[in-house]
Ligand binder design. Sequence first.
Ligand code: DQA
Length: 145
Amino acid sequence: MKKKLFVINGPNLNLLGEREPGIYGSQTLKQINDEIRQAFPEIDFIFVQSNHEGDLVDAIHQAFQKEADGLVINAGAYTHTSIAIRDAISAVKIPAIEVHLSNVFARESFRHTSLLSPVCMGAISGFGARSYHLAVRVFADERPQ
Ligand code: DQA
């Protein structure tokens, strides 16, 4: 059976392509998602984007209801502030990988703290759209125990 992954994007990531391209690249979120789908035909993807914290919590719950095998999450600025998203990830116990397009550690100090990292398998930051591919690769390579 195909693995099922939720790829969840948070606030302002709907503006990719136009938003600070020097930091986030020139690809739109749709282009990034299409390339992920093409690169991993062996995986079923559900792509979600929302600017609203509660919707992101709902998407994580939905991943649980749909028995997803993994979550790839770029929570945008909520990474640095959201206890609710952190609690949702730890509540559903679905393995999650945090991703960021930019290298958050090379930026403002308020981006150096992630409330999500402690409840994720790991975090990938700084590789542009490739951050998502690297995260999906981890799930694609994983064999059932
Ligand atoms: C981001 C980094 C966050 O600090 C920022 O708020 C974003 C995007 C990234 O992908 O580099 O919205 O998550």
